[in-house]
Design a protein around this ligand. Sequence first.
Ligand code: PHE
Ligand code: ZN
Ligand code: ZN
Ligand code: ZN
Length: 282
Amino acid sequence: APNISVAAVQADLAQLQSIATANGGNRAHGRPGHKASVDWIKGKLDAAGFTTRVQTFTSSGATGYNLIADLPGGDTNNILMTGGHLDSVTAGPGINDNGSGSSSILEVALAAKASGVAFTRHLRFGWWGAEELGLVGSTFYVNSLSSTEKSKIKTYLNFDMTGSPNPGYFVYSGASQPTGSVAVQQTLTGYFTSIGVQTELTEVGGRSDHAAFARAGIATGGTFSGAEVIKTAAQAAKWGGTSGTAFDRCYHRSCDTTSNINATSLDRQADAIAYTVWTLGA
Ligand code: PHE
Ligand code: ZN
Ligand code: ZN
Ligand code: ZN
């Protein structure tokens, strides 16, 4: 798998920050900054040769948008899907939550295309709307699929918050999720082990979009660098950073800007996503 350029991911985050700044300071569902974020990512994918589609839905009286991108090729009866939410809360620009996962997935998708690798599985990518209103966009997408289409998605990987400023390295527990995948968990942890980074398993429950796929019986996995929970002394000893402070002090706040990103976490996580897509998609 390629080493994803953290500079490219950071440039995407700067673009999402500019979009928020130009649109009232956020990229929230029903606000122009969300649609502008969708349009910008779609433009990059279209230029690279992806087949893209914007799916609309209504939530809380506003139109919401999901962006779905397919890399032509591979077995369309055996889909590996990777996604994260692109909406922010209204309080701020949502650069860690979840510009980070969104930008990393974008760079992995572009790298997959640029590599020319003939992946055995069909690769699909998704950027969900209205996650912050309760997994609305991802749930709408899953419910929009026929049972046949649903059954073709064999695995869903979710990335929501990957550049927390006081980062942890959490991998979704395969054993505890309704349809958690131990294979996905082991692929993700295996990558971090290979670069000398310890991980902890986390019971992410229904807190992000993987839950919409899990409810449909699809195998899921993902990673997370931490939100409002306080880093312990033991965690600071293995990961560095500051104990007694939140993984992300700016979680759901106006200060979740490009200053609220740990570049090492962002880089390692983007590389972990690429490794996992290459390993499981091969
Ligand atoms: N989904 C949460 C949010 O967007 C963040 C989160 C992600 C929490 C993963 C736990 C695990 O606010
Ligand atoms: Zn990298
Ligand atoms: Zn959030
Ligand atoms: Zn989130």
